[in-house]
Design a protein around this ligand. Structure first.
Ligand code: C2O
Length: 544
C-alpha cells in the first residue's frame, strides 16, 4: 500500500492552492481592458422586449486592413496645426460646405475601408453592442465602452481619428468637428443645430425625431417633457447640467466607475456593478433619447447604440461631451479636478482606424490631455449660466417625520434589504454617516444594484426630501438629485445591473437640512417598465 500523504501536509497543500487560485484570479481581475481579437467578430443585436418580438441584427464587423496594426505615439501623430472645435450653431456657410464635402467623400469610400462612413459607424456599434468578445476570457463577455470610466477616453479617441479622416479627405489638416452646444441656454445652442437639418445633405439623417426640429429646445433629461414651456425647460436644463457636472466633483461621479478586463456588465453584482458617470447617465443619454426617432424600431438612429453613429450629428453631440470633460477638469469653481489614475484605467486599450486606413492601438492615458492631441475648444459662451446655477429649494424642513407617519420604510445598504421593486415610485428613509465629513470629500448617495432590462429606454428620477414626488415634480430645484437614463442596446446583454451615484451634500445645504441624521429619498420611474429593482441605499463620503 502506498504511503498516504499526512493530513497536515495535505492541508498545507490545499491552503497553498487556494492562495494560488486567489492570486491568479486577482491578477486576472486587475488588468486593463484589452483590444479584442478582431478576427472573432459576431453579429451585434438589439431587441425590443415589448410589443411584437423584435430583434435587429447588425453586422458591425470591422474590416481588417492589409497593413499591420500600429501603436499610437505622440511622435508619429504629432499635431502640426491646432484643430479648433466651435459651436455648431455658429458655423458659417464656408464651414458647412467643407464638412459636407468631407462627409460626402467619407460616404463614398467602400465599406471595406476603415475610413468609410459605414466602418466608422460600425466601430461604435461593435464596441457597444457586443460585436467582439473580450480577449483571453472564457465564454462570451462582450466588450462595452459605456457605463464606466472607459466612456470619456474611448469617445475622445473615436472623435480624434474620425476628425483626422475627414480632414485628410478634404486635404485640410486644421479641419475640426463642431460641437453641439446643447448645454447653452443663452445663445441658441440648445436646439438641433440648423446645419444638420436640410435634407439630402451628407450630414443629414432621415431617422431623427421629427418633433425636435429647431427652434424646439432639447431637454437635457429624458424625464423632461418636450412640451414644457421654454423657460421651464431652460431651468431644468441648467439644473441637470449643475447636478451632473458641477456638483459631480469626483472622477467616479463625473466620469464613471471601474471596469477591468473580463468584467461582464450583464452579470454584475452589487459590489462590482458598473457605474456610468453623471455626464453619461443624464445629459448625454437624454440627447440620444430625444434625437432618435421613436417611431422607428429601437429609436434609430441616435436612440440606440447600434445605430447612433450612423447619424453625423452623433459626432457633434460627442464633441460637446468631450468639451464638457475639459470644462469639468479645469474651469469649475474650486480649482482643477482629477481624472481616475488607476493603472487599469490609464492602460485600457482601444483600437481605431487612422487617416491612412491603418488600425491604431491606443491607450486611455494618451487621451487625457486634449491639447496634446491638437484638439482645442472655443470657449462656450454660456457655460457660466449652469456653472453658477442656484437651484431654488422647494422645501425647508426635513420631511422625515411626515414620511415616517405615512409608513415610508427605512432602507439601508445592500445586501440586507433583498431586492426592492421600484414600481412607478419608491420612497425610503436613509441614514447619513455619523462621523464628520472629512475634508476634501463629498457626500454621495448610492442607489445600489439598480437592475433593469437592457433593451428598453429607462428614465428614473431621484429626489431628496420629497416623499410625495411624482413624474411631474419639477426638476429645476435643489430637491432634484438627477435622472438616470439608459439607452437601449444589445439583445445579448439581457439585463444590466448598475450602481447610480449622486452628490447630495450640496442639495441638503441648499434645503437647510444638512444637520439631520436621516433623509427621505424618492425614486420615480417616468416610463412604465416591466421591472426596475434595486438592492439598497447608501450615503457615504467619497474622496475627491
Ligand atoms: Cu457611445 Cu453617445 O454613445
Amino acid at each position: 500500500m502506498e504511503d498516504a500523504i499526512p493530513s497536515s501536509k495535505m492541508h498545507g497543500l490545499l491552503v497553498f492552492s487556494i492562495i494560488l487560485t486567489i492570486a491568479v484570479l486577482a491578477r486576472v481581475q486587475a488588468a486593463p481592458v484589452q483590444i479584442p481579437d478582431l478576427s472573432r467578430c459576431q453579429l451585434s443585436s438589439a431587441s425590443a422586449p415589448r410589443g411584437p418580438p423584435l430583434t435587429l441584427y447588425f453586422n458591425c464587423c470591422l474590416p481588417i486592413p492589409k497593413q499591420p496594426m500600429v501603436d499610437f505615439s505622440f511622435h508619429t501623430y504629432t499635431p502640426t496645426v491646432r484643430r479648433v472645435r466651435r459651436p455648431a450653431h455658429t458655423a458659417n456657410a464656408e464651414y458647412i460646405a467643407k464638412i459636407n464635402k468631407a462627409y460626402q467623400l467619407m460616404r463614398a469610400l467602400p465599406d471595406t475601408d476603415g475610413r468609410s462612413f459605414k466602418a466608422q459607424a460600425d466601430i461604435h456599434c461593435s464596441f457597444c453592442n457586443g460585436g467582439y468578445p473580450q480577449k483571453g476570457f472564457q465564454g462570451d463577455i462582450p466588450l462595452q465602452v459605456h457605463f464606466s470610466w472607459l466612456f470619456l477616453p474611448w469617445h475622445r479617441w473615436y472623435l480624434y481619428f474620425h476628425e483626422r479622416i475627414l480632414g485628410s479627405l478634404i486635404g485640410d489638416p486644421s479641419f475640426a468637428l463642431v460641437y453641439w452646444n446643447w448645454d447653452d441656454q443663452k445663445t441658441g445652442g440648445n436646439q438641433v443645430p440648423e446645419m444638420f437639418t436640410p435634407a439630402n445633405t451628407a450630414i443629414y439623417e432621415e431617422k431623427r425625431n421629427k418633433n425636435i426640429q429647431p427652434p424646439v429646445i432639447v431637454p437635457l433629461a429624458a424625464s423632461t417633457p418636450l412640451n414644457d414651456s421654454n423657460s421651464v425647460k431652460i431651468d431644468k436644463n441648467l439644473n441637470n447640467m449643475y447636478q451632473s457636472v458641477v456638483t459631480a466633483s469626483t472622477a467616479t461621479l463625473f466620469m464613471g466607475g471601474i471596469v477591468r478586463a473580463g468584467d461582464d456588465l450583464s452579470n454584475a453584482s452589487v459590489v462590482n456593478a458598473p457605474l456610468g458617470g453623471g455626464i453619461e447617465n443624464g445629459v448625454h443619454n437624454a440627447i440620444h433619447f430625444y434625437v432618435g426617432d421613436s417611431t422607428t424600431q429601437l429609436s434609430q438612429d441616435m436612440g440606440n447604440f447600434a445605430t447612433a453613429s450612423r447619424d453625423p450629428i452623433f459626432y457633434a453631440h460627442h464633441s460637446n461631451v468631450d468639451r464638457l470633460w475639459e470644462v469639468w477638469r479645469y474651469n469649475l469653481p474650486g480649482g482643477e479636478r482629477f481624472d481616475h489614475n488607476d493603472p487599469d484605467f490609464l492602460n485600457a486599450q482601444f483600437v481605431f482606424y487612422d487617416e491612412r486606413g491603418r488600425m491604431v492601438r491606443v491607450l486611455a492615458k494618451d487621451a487625457l490631455d486634449s491639447k496634446k492631441l491638437g484638439v482645442y475648444y472655443q470657449k462656450g459662451e454660456s457655460d457660466d449660466l449652469w456653472i453658477n446655477y442656484n437651484p431654488p429649494a422647494f422645501t425647508s424642513v426635513s420631511a422625515v417625520a411626515e414620511a415616517l407617519a405615512s409608513g415610508v420604510p427605512y432602507i439601508g445598504a445592500a445586501p440586507l434589504n433583498g431586492t426592492i421593486n421600484i414600481g412607478t415610485k419608491f420612497s425610503a428613509i436613509v441614514k447619513r454617516p455619523t462621523e464628520k465629513k472629512p475634508s476634501n470629500s463629498v457626500e454621495v448617495l448610492t442607489i445600489q444594484g439598480l437592475e433593469t432590462v437592457r433593451d428598453e429606454f429607462v428614465a428614473l428620477l431621484a429626489f431628496v426630501n420629497l416623499p410625495d414626488a411624482g413624474p411631474s415634480t419639477p426638476t429645476h430645484t435643489a430637491e432634484y438629485l438627477g435622472t438616470f437614463n439608459i439607452i437601449a442596446a444589445t439583445g445579448r446583454t439581457k439585463k444590466l445591473m448598475t450602481n447610480v451615484k449622486y452628490e447630495i451634500g450640496d442639495n441638503l445645504r441648499r434645503i437647510g437640512i444638512q444637520d439631520e441624521d436621516e433623509v427621505v429619498i424618492t425614486l420615480v420611474a417616468t416610463k412604465s417598465y416591466p421591472a426596475l429593482t434595486f438592492q439598497g441605499f447608501d450615503i457615504d463620503y467619497e474622496d475627491k
